[in-house]
Design a protein around this ligand. Structure first.
Ligand code: GLN
Length: 496
């Protein structure tokens, strides 16, 4: 029996290959660190210098949050490319985990350079780890193995167990003891993940071991051209940015940098789609499907723009406007609210899995599910309008407001996130599947950017207005998408 056949017939981890356990726990610890650190990020940036924080106003802090969380997802694109063509997924995950751990440990040092340098390492590391670990999950199964979808669901559970535990530990240590101890605990989590990944490597067989090396001289030449084009583009962008800075068009303060990055992100998105349409000689059916992908991409970006405010504006609302008093510890850490969505995912995911199976052919089409996702995430912010009205004049409101918001957000997530990647992959022309993984991460990058920028307005807009806008945009987009469902289904050309 060949090695990969042995892997694909293995059922020793809840009916799945044992390698899945290795990936499950590695990703669990990675998300432990990410969500643990993210629960502290905006609070640390805005905390007064006398409280050990960085003393930024919400405008600058939201801009830094936007820049960082967006880059984390954007670097999934080069991270996927490097793994595919140069080092393979296995080594990419290893390097990623080491860079991330180094990043958090650097943030444990009390110095702005160590802090921002650490964020940079986390961007590079997560870009290498996050996409590629999912690719290895897929490779654990033979092409026609029916356990594949269930394997991904189990993996999504690992993500959320990490997201549940990270803020529990890091927010307690960070908010109650010392910010840097919180960041250090994120680093220790990632280090544990790295050790597990190394120790469990042999259970992964040959999955993700070999990059798709080009085998003809023409392909090698094409790859070299791609590398040079990418490097050239990078140099051009860097030179333009440096030029704009020295000409005084962009200054180095967080808000201007973040604005400039927003323009760059928009440019990348437009170029990406323009290239997608122009590069391939797609058949009319494929072209229709690409348009369907554009619509779903826009929906996903808006969805994550609202949803990912868990770590930004909603985290500030937890800290400043929510009553967190409990008998034993005075006030529980604001970041503990970050555990609520993860807990709801763990509770709701099996229910939704059951519901979709139960509904069978009567279940909503994937564009209809996307539209439901948008409406639910918007409704979550309708609740926040109520919460912010109740908090007017400095009253600290009941924690149940945020809990209700997160409940609705996760209902939305259950409609959109699990179907998202699989729909986008099915819609993609066969020769562009891994590119579509990139599209999906690009949507998260745009969303995270929007979610951070919304938090920049926390101190300048009235909260009911801010949350009102954040509620209105996804609801309007969801209604528009619902109206377009028949057209989009037609464009999808037989994919459901
Ligand atoms: N919560 C999920 C994760 O951390 C998805 C986040 C996203 O794609 N924006 O993997």
């Amino acid at each position: 029996m060949s090695e990969s056949a042995a892997v694909s017939q293995d059922t020793r981890f809840f009916g799945h290959p044992r390698g899945l356990a290795v990936l499950f726990f590695t990703e669990m610890w990675e998300r432990f660190g990410y969500y643990g650190m993210r629960a502290l990020l905006i609070l640390y940036l805005t905390a007064a210098v006398t409280d050990g924080g960085m003393g930024f106003a919400a405008g600058a802090a939201g801009s830094i949050y936007a820049l960082f969380t967006s880059l984390v997802y954007l670097f999934g694109l080069p991270g996927g490319w490097v793994a595919d063509h140069v080092i393979g997924q296995r080594r990419a995950v290893l390097a990623g985990a080491a860079l991330i751990a180094a990043g958090y440990l650097s943030m444990a040092v009390s110095s702005p350079i160590a802090f921002f340098g650490g964020l940079g390492l986390v961007v590079l590391g997560t870009g290498l780890l996050k996409t590629n670990i999912s690719v290895i999950v897929g490779q654990l199964y033979a092409q026609n193995d029916e356990r594949r979808d269930a394997g991904f669901s189990l993996f999504y559970m690992g993500i959320n167990v990490g997201a549940l535990l990270g803020p529990l530990v890091c927010s307690f240590l960070g908010e109650k003891v010392d910010w840097h101890l919180g960041f250090a605990s994120a680093g220790i989590g990632m280090t544990l993940g790295l050790i597990l990944y190394l120790a469990g490597g042999r259970l992964l067989g040959s999955a993700g071991m070999h990059p798709s090396r080009p085998d003809t001289p023409e392909a090698v030449a094409a790859l070299k051209r791609q590398v040079w084009t990418a490097l050239g583009l990078f140099v051009v962008v860097a030179a333009v940015v440096a030029g704009l800075i020295s000409a005084g068009v962009i200054s180095l303060d967080p808000e201007s940098l973040s604005n400039a990055f927003g323009v760059l992100l928009l440019g990348i998105t437009i170029i990406f789609f323009a290239w997608l349409f122009l590069a391939g000689d797609w058949t009319p059916v494929e072209r229709g499907r690409l348009w369907a992908i554009v619509a779903l991409f826009a929906a996903a970006a808006i969805f994550w723009g609202a949803y990912e405010q868990a770590g930004s504006s909603l985290n500030l609302f937890a800290e400043r406007d929510t009553n967190r008093a409990v008998a034993v510890m005075g006030e529980f850490p604001a970041g503990w609210f970050q555990q609520v969505p993860a807990l709801f995912v763990i509770l709701q995911a099996p229910l939704f899995a059951w519901l979709w199976i139960r509904l069978g052919k009567r279940q909503p089409s994937s564009p209809a599910k996307f539209s439901l996702g948008l409406v639910f995430v918007g409704l979550g912010f309708v609740v926040m309008i109520g919460a912010s009205l109740a908090s007017a004049g400095g009253t600290r409101v009941s924690p149940m407001w945020l809990v209700a918001t997160y409940f609705l957000h996760v209902v939305g997530e259950m409609c959109l996130s699990p179907v998202g990647l699989s729909t986008v992959t099915k819609l993609a022309p066969e020769r562009a599947t891994s590119l579509m993984m990139g599209v999906w991460f690009l949507a998260s990058a745009v969303g995270n950017y929007l979610g951070g920028r919304a938090a920049s307005l926390y101190e300048t807009l009235e909260l009911p207005t801010l949350f009102g806008i954040v509620a209105a945009v996804p609801i309007a987009a969801g209604v528009l998408l619902a109206l377009l469902v028949p057209q989009i289904r037609k464009l999808m050309g037989g994919v459901h």
